[in-house]
Design a protein around this ligand. Structure first.
Ligand SMILES: [Zn+2]
Length: 431
């Protein structure tokens, strides 16, 4: 709040005229108190992380600090991944990890990095978050290495990563539409036709996109592993909306409120899924399947004469596709990408009199959905008025001989002596 804003606030809301100097002094004191509170929270971080390990064993928490001569170390960055979230992700979520960041609005600034996935029901699922000073290649690398330590090697587990990079690149409506058209094609043939169209209307955009592997941005070349058709990180929208409430808070308050939000969210979905026990597929997928089923009447089927009656030509006007339920070959590829039979496959399945649910990918069934939420997050006890182990100074603050935070230096000058200490509070082996 600026001086004039404070002056107007007192005048309008309280109908009081006050001397400008008094407003200045009051504002200065309020600011010092807020900053003091924020600074004090950094010294409690180590206690907080120890508490997480007491209440939620096997969780991952990492506090990176920079040592400062004759002073408390300087806060560098922080990583938290609740054990319940790691387990839930590994047992039930899609093999998809979305990465996102947002600015923190506290006095000491910084960025919140997060890794989220998607459950069988298409809801986002938080795996880990971190507070870093800046969003740089180096900070993302640090975050991803820790994530890999928690979740296992990407090459073995075949995790797929998605981020919102370059989403708002093109402002021209026509170019934007054709870029989206290219991205949304599910077959290479359609993609080649659309990319040629883009070259015709805007060669610059075409040549820019040529630099990227199609597997980075086009559905036709996406991995079929995650069984979802997210083109962008729309799963981050709800998470980012929530962040608006938390990101202006002090570091410890923010971490704890995020922790509680994740806990409430997990409990909520556990309760929702309890009402669906006995069903075969996740409720959202059932609804999607029912919606696709409504359109099968527009498609005409021609059986090709195979003994097993599993190969059909599916037609609508001049459109013609082939479906082979034995070899899992489907021309439109939507089924492989999403895990849910497409309208062409469903028409074939209905003709055979089979149950559509049996053709849904195992990752979209009710089992993985329930498994995602079977572990619960426990509450932390966070009331530490007197920290037992002083963890770190706030960024940009250095205290003399470990006394109260008095002197200050810039983060840059402090980092000139850079040598990172990793304060890792962890348990030895999972049960
Ligand atoms: Zn299809």
């Amino acid at each position: 709040m600026t001086l004039s804003e404070a002056y107007e606030h007192i005048k309008i809301d309280y109908n009081v005229m006050i001397n400008g100097k008094m407003v200045y002094k009051a504002l200065k004191e309020a600011r010092e108190r807020v900053i003091g509170n924020e600074r004090a929270q950094y010294s409690k971080l180590k206690d907080y992380l120890s508490e997480i390990h007491r209440s939620n064993p096997w969780s991952s928490t990492i506090l990176d600090v920079t040592p400062i001569l004759q002073s408390l170390p300087l806060f560098n960055r922080l990583y938290i991944s609740p054990d319940a979230c790691k387990r839930g992700f590994k047992t039930g979520c899609r093999k998809l990890i979305g990465l996102d960041s947002c600015f923190l609005k506290g006095y000491f600034g910084g960025q919140l990095l997060s890794a989220v996935s998607q459950d069988a029901n298409n809801h986002f699922y938080v795996i880990a978050f971190a507070v870093v000073d800046n969003e740089t290649k180096e900070s993302w690398k640090w975050f991803l290495i820790l994530l890999q330590e928690d979740l296992g090697d990407q090459d073995i587990h075949e995790w797929n990563f998605i981020s919102d990079q370059q989403k708002g690149l093109y402002k021209d409506k026509q170019v934007k539409n054709v870029v989206w058209e290219c991205a949304k094609c599910t077959t290479d043939a359609k993609f080649q036709a659309s990319i040629k169209k883009l070259k015709r209307i805007n060669e610059e955009a075409w040549s820019y996109l040529e630099k990227f592997e199609p597997a980075c941005w086009t559905k036709a070349h996406f991995s079929h592993g995650p069984k979802c058709d997210n083109l962008t990180n729309n799963m981050f929208e709800v998470w980012n909306e929530k962040m608006v409430n938390y990101r202006s808070k002090s570091i410890l308050t923010m971490c704890e409120e995020l922790w509680c939000y994740i806990m409430r969210r997990m409990t909520k979905y556990k309760q929702v899924l309890e009402t669906h026990i006995g069903t075969e597929i996740a409720p959202t997928q059932q609804k999607n399947l029912d919606d696709i089923m409504k359109d099968i009447r527009y498609w005409r089927l021609v059986w090709v004469g195979d003994d097993e009656r599993r190969v059909f030509e599916v037609q609508q006007g001049s459109k013609k596709l082939s479906i082979n339920l034995s070899t899992n070959k489907y021309t439109c590829k939507t089924w492989q990408l999403t895990g849910l039979p497409c309208v062409h496959a469903l028409a074939t399945i209905a003709r055979r009199g089979d149950r559509p649910e049996t053709y849904v990918h195992p990752l979209l069934k009710i089992g993985p959905a329930i498994a995602t939420y079977q572990h619960c997050i426990q509450l932390n006890v966070v009331d530490h008025p007197n920290p037992t182990q002083s963890a770190a100074n706030a960024p940009g603050s250095v205290s003399s001989m470990g006394a109260a935070n008095s002197g200050a230096t810039t983060p840059q000058s402090a980092r000139a002596k850079k040598s990172i200490i990793r304060t890792i509070i962890s348990c030895t082996s999972p049960v």
